[in-house]
Every structure is written in structure tokens, then in C-alpha cells.
Design a protein around this ligand. Structure first.
Ligand code: SF4
Ligand code: SF4
Length: 394
């Protein structure tokens, strides 16, 4: 009788994936010698099956499927405490950020879009699409002589119903793509992350807890090394929410008037109108938040704890450009310089389209994937994960 010999697990490294991590800001990953300091200092890593030490060795070995199906990559919020305490400069925060960036194309609901958003060579095409659509909208829907009419009214160039015709399909495309991406992502993390098999109920409660945590920026508040990130991210998030609410309210007010439901104020709104105040406060918060982010990442002091790859730069500058052109078009309108105001507003519309329509394939999607991963973690009570769960242990 012969003893049955179990075949050993075979690890198949994906060296192209390792190179991709290094190109996306994780070039220090090979310096890691697995001391485990990073997992100890991370304030939000659970005691059992902690991160990011295990992710570092997976990254070194090119275990692509394991890494991309790991919710811990997204539970990390890039505070940089681990990088600050790494004795050999392996910068785990940068490596995890690089893996997150690679995830955008992996989980893109429409794969071709995922590829296009991953490389600067597609940028001209990505801008050309909204530029053509918005030019056509102005050509067909603007009021004749809008440029010389006094006062300056942006809806003479881009009426709300025409904006809706361009932007509503774009937002629907983004929403459906995001749903497809979330489905892929959820299936992957439920198989590849700690406790996945136990997800059974309580998703509503997990979603509510997650949303509250994000609104309070609870996890980023624990950050020590990059503590200023808390304020800049909070201002950006609330500023963006206020601007989104303002745009939606303006559209609702337009349709209330148009459908003769009631008579409410029309654009341009007076400076003291509540919706205008909300918009201006939102713009102020958002521009301050993003300016702080840009100053830290690209300024002299440099935020050295979160990789700044193409995805990061693309998202930051589209977001910054959108906010700045929104503010400038308003200022140029008030200063009564029609040509500059209308052109700035045109660029603003192109950037808004770029931000919204491509959201599920760009770094904008980090909000979606982080929310889903945190919801998953809350639903399986990740912080109390048992040490003998072998699902992801190495
Ligand atoms: S990344 Fe640095 S701190 Fe973490 S295990 Fe590797 S060497 Fe240690
Ligand atoms: S960047 Fe912060 S949250 Fe992420 S693993 Fe490092 S210490 Fe933890």
C-alpha cells in the first residue's frame, strides 16, 4: 500500500503584472523583506489576517488574481503610516495604490473603456467625444446671437433641455457600466477575501454603516503620517456633493417652470438665492480641498505616501479643471466679458462630461469600489476575522 502524496500548491507568478504595479507607482515593492512592521502600525488592519504585509509578498510574486480579488486593497485608504514605518523603503502604501489603479481596468464594465482610460494616448479621443457632442448641441439648440446678448446667460448657449439630452444618456451609460463593474468586483471579492463565503444577510445595515463612516471620514481620521489629507478629502467630498446637489436642483427648477407646475426662480440665480449660496459654498470647499491635494502631491513637500500614477493625475486634473472652469465662468459672467465667459463655460461642460461619463473607468471609481469593499468588510465583520480562516492566508 502506498501513501497518498498531496500535490503541492503551484504558484504561477505573473511578471507582467509585477511590472505593471511598478509602472503605476509601486516601483519600490521588491525592497520588502517581510518584516511585518507595516501590518503592525496600520491603524485599520484587523488583528487576524492583517494587511499590507501579505499584499506585499503577493505583489512581489505577481499573484494578480489573488491581489485584485482582495477587498483589503480597498479597505486601505492610503494614509501612508505603513510607508513611514517601513525599515527598507518598500512603500507599501504606494504598492497598494498601484494595485487599486490596476483594478479600474480589470473591473471596468466595458473593457474597451477600461483600456482607454488607462493610457494617456487615448486622451485626445476621450476629449473629442464630448467636444463634438457639446458643439453640436450648441449649434442646434443655442439662441441666435447669444454671445452678444446682454446680460450673459449661459442657458442661451446651452439650454437646460439640450444639456439634459447630452448628459442624461452619458450618466446612464456611466451608471450601467458602474453596475456591471460592481457585479464583477463583488463576485471576485466574495470568493477571494476573508470571510467571503459567510456573506448572507445584513447588507442594508452594512451599507448604512459604510455610508456613515465615509461621510465622517472615520478611517482617514485615524491617519497619522498624512493627517492633513483628512481635511482636504473631506472638503473635496462635501464640496463635490454640494455642487452635484446644486446642478440637480437647477435642473429640477427648470423643469418645474417648463412644465408649469409652479413658478420658481430661473437661471442665472441671484447671488443670495439659497441654491446659489449652496453652489458657491460647494465650489469654495471643493476648490480648497483639491488645491490642498495638488499642493501636497505636486508641491515641494510632496505627499510621498500614495503613488501618483497616470490614474491619479488624470482624475485630479479633470476634477480640478471642472471646478476651476465652473468658478471662472461664473466670475467672467459677473465681470461681463462674454466671449471669455462662454468659452470657459464650454470647456467646463466638456470637462463635466469627461468626469461623469468616464467615471466608472477612471480613478473616480475609487469611491465606488472602496464603498463596496468596505460594505463587504462590514457585512462579514472583517475586524473579527478568525485567524484560522485559510481563505487568503499565505
Ligand atoms: S513593506 Fe516594509 S514594513 Fe512591510 S513587511 Fe515589507 S519591509 Fe516590512
Ligand atoms: S496606507 Fe494606511 S491604511 Fe493603507 S495599509 Fe498602510 S497604514 Fe494601513
Amino acid at each position: 500500500m502506498t501513501d497518498k502524496v498531496e500535490s503541492p500548491d503551484v504558484i504561477e507568478p505573473d511578471m507582467a503584472f509585477v511590472r505593471r504595479i511598478m509602472e503605476n507607482g509601486g516601483h519600490t515593492l521588491k525592497k520588502c523583506f517581510q518584516c511585518g512592521n507595516c501590518s503592525v502600525v496600520c491603524e485599520i488592519s484587523p488583528d487576524n489576517v492583517p494587511f499590507p504585509r501579505k499584499e506585499m509578498v503577493w505583489a512581489q510574486w505577481g499573484l494578480k488574481d489573488k491581489l485584485l480579488a482582495n477587498a483589503d486593497i480597498w479597505i486601505c485608504h492610503g494614509c501612508g503610516d505603513c510607508t513611514a514605518h517601513c525599515p527598507c523603503g518598500a512603500k507599501p502604501a504606494d504598492v497598494l495604490a498601484a494595485v487599486r489603479n490596476i483594478s479600474f481596468s480589470k473591473y471596468a464594465g466595458v473593457e474597451a473603456m477600461g483600456r482607454m482610460l488607462s493610457s494617456p494616448s487615448y486622451l485626445p479621443v476621450l476629449f473629442l467625444v464630448p467636444a463634438i457632442l457639446i458643439t453640436a448641441m450648441i449649434f442646434f439648440a443655442s439662441k441666435p446671437g447669444f454671445m452678444s446678448a446682454n446680460p450673459i446667460v449661459f442657458s442661451n448657449m446651452a439650454p437646460v433641455h439640450a444639456i439634459d439630452m447630452v448628459f442624461v444618456p452619458a450618466v446612464l451609460f456611466a451608471a450601467v457600466s458602474a453596475m456591471l463593474g460592481i457585479k464583477k468586483f463583488w463576485t471576485a471579492i466574495a470568493k477571494g477575501s476573508p470571510g467571503g463565503a459567510r456573506i448572507s444577510s445584513g447588507l442594508g445595515k452594512a451599507a448604512a454603516v459604510t455610508a456613515l463612516g465615509i461621510l465622517k471620514h472615520e478611517k482617514l481620521g485615524k491617519c497619522v503620517t498624512n493627517a492633513p489629507r483628512f481635511l482636504s478629502h473631506l472638503m473635496t467630498m462635501y464640496g463635490f456633493l454640494a455642487l452635484t446637489a446644486t446642478t440637480s436642483l437647477v435642473a429640477v427648477m427648470y423643469w418645474i417652470n417648463k412644465l408649469a407646475i409652479a413658478e420658481v426662480a430661473t437661471t442665472p440665480l441671484l447671488l443670495l438665492h439659497p441654491v446659489k449660496i449652496l453652489g458657491n459654498l460647494g465650489a469654495l470647499a471643493a476648490v480648497t480641498g483639491v488645491t490642498l491635494i495638488v499642493a501636497r502631491r505636486y508641491g515641494g513637500s510632496g505627499e510621498k505616501t500614495d503613488g501618483t500614477g497616470y490614474y491619479d493625475s488624470h482624475f485630479i486634473f479633470i476634477l480640478y479643471g471642472t471646478i476651476l472652469t465652473g468658478i471662472l465662468s461664473e466670475l467672467f459672467r459677473l465681470a461681463d466679458v462674454a466671449a471669455v465667459a462662454f468659452w470657459t463655460y464650454y470647456v467646463h461642460l466638456v470637462l463635466v462630461f469627461t468626469l461623469l461619463a468616464y467615471a466608472p473607468f477612471s480613478k473616480f471609481a475609487h469611491m465606488i469600489y472602496r464603498f463596496v469593499a468596505m460594505m463587504y468588510a462590514n457585512s462579514v465583520d472583517r475586524a473579527k476575522e478568525r485567524i484560522d480562516d485559510k481563505t487568503v492566508r499565505l
